[in-house]
Design a protein around this ligand. Structure first.
Ligand SMILES: Cc1cc2nc3c(=O)[nH]c(=O)nc-3n(C[C@H](O)[C@H](O)[C@H](O)COP(=O)(O)O)c2cc1C
Length: 169
């Protein structure tokens, strides 16, 4: 167990290791790029902020090579990945990689943002607010449509590794 530290003396790897003890699901956030292509990136920062009205948020690193694309769109989808989506998770988290989603893997719901055709759950969101916070941009969205498949195992992320989250159903 590391000792408590003053913020300015945090060792960033050690801090990240401590945060890695918070296991999460893994999601693909998908947007329509200015050239019309479906574009995806892997995140685990999504949170349900409010159920009624349904509002989600996720956080985008200011250093991301795709920052300009994701902070200009008026809609996005959050797609919770299945346990067998390891390759999807690796591909869409590759630094500077090509993150165009093939046409046959996406559909649309209400907003026109690309939605992954096969996900544990998909939330179609209209951007509500963007807030600059530290080294990230917090992006809020109103959920205008969703679908879910509760019987499917989900992909998890714990201590820097992908794991399977078993569905109890
Ligand atoms: C499990 C996992 C969760 C991630 N969560 C986030 C996140 O919430 N926000 C974010 O900006 N990047 C997140 N990333 C990093 C991005 O997917 C991507 O690797 C990063 O943006 C680096 O590439 P880029 O500089 O080309 O954007 C996550 C990566 C992994 C593997």
């Amino acid at each position: 167990m590391s000792d408590p530290k003053a913020t300015e003396s945090f060792d960033s790897s050690d801090y990240r290791r401590a945060l890695g003890g918070f296991g999460t699901g893994v999601a693909l956030v998908a947007v329509r790029a200015p050239n019309g292509a479906a574009h995806g990136m892997i995140i685990n920062s999504l949170t349900s902020v409010s159920l009624n009205p349904p509002i989600m948020l996720w956080c985008l690193a200011r250093t991301s090579s795709v920052f300009d694309i994701y902070t200009q769109v008026e809609a996005f989808s959050l797609n919770i990945l299945r346990s067998d989506d390891h390759d999807v998770a690796r591909h869409y988290s590759r630094r500077g990689g090509d993150r165009v989603i093939p046409l046959d893997q996406v559909c649309t719901m209400e907003t026109g943002a690309p939605v992954l055709a096969a996900a544990v759950a998909s939330l179609d969101c209209r951007t509500r607010l963007r807030q600059s916070m530290g080294d990230h941009e917090v992006i809020y969205g109103d959920v205008v449509a969703y679908r879910g498949d509760p019987g499917v195992d989900a992909l998890g992320f714990f201590r820097g590794k992908f794991v399977t989250l078993k569905s109890g159903e």
